[in-house]
Write a protein that binds this ligand. Sequence first.
Ligand code: SAH
Ligand code: SF4
Length: 419
Amino acid sequence: MSDTALMPIPGLADPLPVPRPAATEGVTPRADGRTDLLGLPRERIRALFAEAGLDPRQAKLRAKQVYHWIYHRGVTGFEAMTDIAKPMRPWLAERFAIGRPDVVEAQHSVDGTRKWLLRTADGHDFEMVFIPDADRGTLCVSSQVGCTLNCTFCHTGTMKLVRNLTAGEIVGQVMLARDALGEWPKGAMDVGDGSDEEGADETEYRADGRLLTNIVMMGMGEPLYNFDNVKGALAIVMDGDGLALSKRRITLSTSGVVPMMARCGEEIGVNLAVSLHATNKEIRDEIVPLNRKYGIEELLEACAAYPGASNARRITFEYVMLKDKNDSDEHARELVALIRRYKLPAKVNLIPFNPWPGAGYDTSTPERVRRFSEIVFEAGISAPVRTPRGRDIDAACGQLKTAAEKKSRAERDREAAGA
Ligand code: SAH
Ligand code: SF4
C-alpha cells in the first residue's frame, strides 16, 4: 500500500530525519479505508476521535475507554464495548478498526512450542513463536519483514527487506498470542451482569497465572532499524493501562546498531541482547557484515554505557556456534577477555547453529559447545546453551528461537547426546 511505501526503511545508512508525520503515519494500512487503532498511543486515538467530529471531552473519554477495551479485554469490535453508548458503537465501527495480523498457518510442537506464520493486510508474511517453559512463556516477536543486514548464518538475512512492521503489527503479535492462549480476562461484564456503567473495577477481572510472561524482539528483522515503531509498540506493551508487562520481562536483540543503543536504553528501557557471534574483526566482519560499519570495540563500549545495565540486569551476548568458524577454545578465551576488558555485566547465550538449506555452515558438535560453555563459565560468566525447541515444526529456525533454559550439566549432556 502507498502509505507503507513511504515509510522510512533504513538500510546500512543511518536513518534520516523524517518530515512531519501525515495523518496516516504509523497507522497499519487497511484496504477498507478505516483507521486501525491498534498500536496507536491513547493520545493519538483521542486526536483521531476529535478529527472525526467528537467534542474534546467526548474524544478524551472515548479514547480512554476504547484503549482499555483493546488492551485489557482484547476485544476486536466496538459492539462489545458495553460502557460506550449504543449509538456511538456503529459510528466508531464505520470509521475505525482494531486489527490483528492474519494467521496464515499455526503450528503446535509436541514440546509445547507454537509457531505462527502471519500476514500483514497488504500481503507480507512474517513469523512469531511462543516458547513455554516451566517458569515462563516467551513470545518471540518480529520487527521487520525480512532484514537488510545479511548475516551469513541467518535465514532472514537472505530475504530482502520488504518493509518495517508498524507499531500495530508489532503489538498485534502480542495480542494474537493472547488470543490464541486464551489469556484475556473474563470479567464481570462478560458474564451477563447487564452492566452498562463505566469504570468496572479492574481487580474484578485481572487474570493470574498467565502463560505469556516474557517478550523477546528476536524474530525477523533488526529492531533498532525500526526504532520508532518498536518503541511505540513496546510502550503499549509496558503501559500499565496497556498490556502492563514489566520492562524486565522484555528483551530487545540487536546485531549491533551502535548509534541507536543508548536511545534504546533511555527511551525504551528494556533488557538488551547483542548478537556478538565472534571475538575478532576478521570473523565478525564475515558473519555479521554490520561489523564493518560498527566494530567490536565501539559495540562493546556502547554496551558498557548501556543505560540500566547492571549486575542485576545483565546484557546478554548471543553467540551462534558455527563449526570450525568461531567455536574454538581460543575463541572462548577471547570472549572472556573482551567481557572483562570492558567490565561488562554480561551473560552469554550459546546458540547451536540451526541449519537451513543452502547455509554455508555446520552446527558445532555438542562436545565443542560444551567445552566452549565450560571455559566461559569457569571465568565466572554464565553461559547456558540454548535448547533447541519446536524441532518438529521447524520453529528452531535460529532467529526465532529464544529463552535459554539454564540446565543442569546432566540434562545438557543428555540433550547434546540426542541432538
Ligand atoms: N536482528 C536481531 C534480532 C533478530 S535475530 C539480531 O540479529 O540480533 C535473533 C537471534 O537469532 C540473533 O542472535 C541471531 O544471530 C540468531 N540467529 C539467526 N539465524 C540463526 C541460525 N540459523 N541459527 C542460530 N541462531 C540464529
Ligand atoms: Fe538480520 Fe538479525 Fe538475521 Fe542478522 S541475524 S540478518 S541482523 S535478523
